[in-house]
Design a protein around this ligand. Structure first.
Ligand code: FES
Length: 322
């Protein structure tokens, strides 16, 4: 691919801001398979344009990172392939990336066709090439275009293609949905005393043993801290349990999570938590009016059923700093 083609398409993509993308995603979401509807929204929340733009446009990115109190792995370009691991469509990521790059190559004059149409075109092409439903690859294709805008074509085409540590999972989407739906059974104490009922929190759907128990009504952060396994070697922010946490009072922003399944089984978001989510820059415009948004602070979310979470690799204060 020659540089001019790359630059033209990159310039086309860069005209899309957060509001444009929210609109694009809003139009595509109804057509994304249920297995990846929330996962797609979570990925877009974990990797907002404002984060990559703040870092790329800065003369001194490290200074910006300090100012935004960024901690963890906050650069998408360093983890492009692994960032998509929690999407069902990740298994088709190499095909999607290839198709996006071919699309870039063929569309030297990208103006005139809307971004959502382009995403649909690529998803449709991948769907016919690898014979999966278009709905199954639509979410991961939208992710691919946004990732391309953020990391640029060089990094996008150089990354390995296959999520690095993902085990092979041959289940069809409906089986994954059935597994998520299967509520854990209460033990004897749970049956006798509803108050002691425990639920299962899954914090990485792709790995066995990535679960901890939560007592009915307990907050996710407290339950996570009771998991005494060592998670610090995976992520130094995980000082106690698999979910990073420091303050347990909505002050630090470390404990944010994406809720992949069971968001209505958490306590409704309070005005205080909402305000803190906005302060950290984690809240998305489209979830503003939702009582159970897909992004939560673990220390503010009490649990009343089995849930599946995704833990982001970074935290910071994107909107609340002067
Ligand atoms: S632990 Fe600090 S915001 Fe939840």
């Amino acid at each position: 691919m020659i540089a001019a083609e790359r630059n033209t398409f990159q310039s086309y993509l860069e005209k899309h801001n957060e509001a444009n993308w929210a609109e694009v995603l809003g139009k595509l979401l109804p057509f994304i398979h249920p297995v990846d509807q929330l996962a797609t929204r979570i990925w877009f929340s974990f990797w907002p344009l404002k984060l990559s733009r703040s870092l790329h446009q800065a003369e001194d990115p490290q200074r910006v990172a300090r100012h935004l109190l960024l901690d963890g792995k906050y650069r998408l370009e360093e983890q492009l392939d692994s960032s998509v691991e929690f999407l069902y469509g990740a298994r088709f990521w190499p095909d999607v990336k290839r198709a996006i790059l071919t699309h870039v190559e063929k569309n030297t004059r990208p103006e005139g066709t809307s971004l959502e149409r382009r995403i649909q075109q690529v998803a449709s092409q991948v769907s016919s090439e690898i014979r999966v439903a278009e709905a199954v690859v639509l979410g991961i294709t939208a992710v691919g275009f946004m990732a391309l805008q953020q990391v640029g074509i060089e990094v996008f085409s150089e990354a390995g293609g296959r999520p690095s540590t993902r085990p092979v999972d041959r289940r069809i989407p409906e089986e994954v949905l059935r597994t998520r739906c299967a509520e854990s059974r209460p033990g004897l104490l749970g049956i006798l005393h509803r108050v002691d009922r425990k639920f299962v929190v899954t914090f990485d759907e792709n790995r066995k043993d990535s679960t901890f128990k939560v007592v009915r009504g307990q907050d996710l952060s407290m339950a996570s801290a009771a998991d005494t396994r060592d998670f610090k070697n995976q992520d130094p922010r995980r000082i106690a349990g698999p979910i990073p946490a420091q303050c347990r009072s909505a002050a630090c922003g470390y404990c944010w999570v994406g809720v992949l399944w069971g968001k209505e089984k958490l306590s409704p978001v309070t005005p205080f938590e909402k305000q803190r989510l906005r302060h950290f820059g984690y809240a998305s415009v489209e979830s503003e009016g939702e009582s159970h948004p897909h992004i939560r602070l673990s220390c503010q979310s009490r649990c009343f059923g089995d849930v599946v979470l995704v833990v982001p690799p970074w935290n910071g204060v994107l909107d609340g700093r002067e």
